[in-house]
Design a protein around this ligand. Sequence first.
Ligand SMILES: Nc1ncnc2c1ncn2[C@@H]1O[C@H](COP(=O)(O)OP(=O)(O)OP(=O)(O)O)[C@@H](O)[C@H]1O
Length: 290
Amino acid sequence: MAGETIHGHRFFIGFGGKGANQCVQAARMGAKTAMVCKVGRDVFGNDYIQNFKNNDISTGNSQTVLHWENAIVIVAVNAKVLVCQLEINPDTSLQALRMARENHVKTICNPAPAIADLCSDFYKVFDVFCCNESEAELLTGLSVTSVEDASQVGLELLNKGCGSVIVTLGPQGCVVCQSRNMAPKHIPTTAVTAADTTGAGDSFIGALAFYMAHYPTMPLEEMARRANLVAAMSVQTVGTQTSFPFQKDLPTELKVTLDLKTTPLICAQCPQNYCLYNKQNHFPGEFWIM
Ligand SMILES: Nc1ncnc2c1ncn2[C@@H]1O[C@H](COP(=O)(O)OP(=O)(O)OP(=O)(O)O)[C@@H](O)[C@H]1O
């Protein structure tokens, strides 16, 4: 009842915010990451920034502020991938996405928390639009309860101007739609025993950002398949950031061996210099540096 004092059984504070979670997951996969944000100049803000540092995330473009004020921050764009959400003023995200595009930086837009009347420009300024079922519903007005529904909203989002769309579907994985191949593709995930699915979407996006940065030529479906598997690992442990796997926890198939980054692996089975990391995931025409 409202106003009633009751006994709690557990108290837990964890770091969050979608952007922060996604950044932490990408960093744990091995990506060089930076977070651009403002936090309050207080104990929570300090701990928040320290958490980024603990995860090897650069905070040089983040600020602690006493009073919330608006400022235009021009960040020299020197990144492979930019990930934006709608947790800040959408105009700011839109501007950042435009700047990234002008500077040939790949972009992921995660329209969360979703707003029904998202400016139509939004659908045109990023490379990948990644949303969950409820966000997809709010943005399109179509209900999403199945793979078929997700395929339908994916196509609807392509009609709004998106180049590539991923709709995540919890234990059913995700659906990928691309304007250059209008057939939606369902990418299932492995069945796991979920302990806590909070933050699964952020783990998925962090992993996706990592693959986009490290394997720019990998097909989006393959990135989504791998991101599914990383997110599936995260749901097996309680907590949000605390459940996100590190590179060392990943099965070999999902790993990038960073010290081999400059050593191309040549595929002996191919007539050309294809790089083969895993025989199951071989994409002719690509040269991967692992
Ligand atoms: N029970 C599960 N089993 C396996 N994988 C899961 C499960 N739940 C989520 N996932 C993985 O996580 C991805 C994102 O999940 P979901 O669609 O639930 O995102 P979300 O609703 O944004 O999550 P959240 O809001 O909790 O961060 C899925 O595409 C899938 O890869």
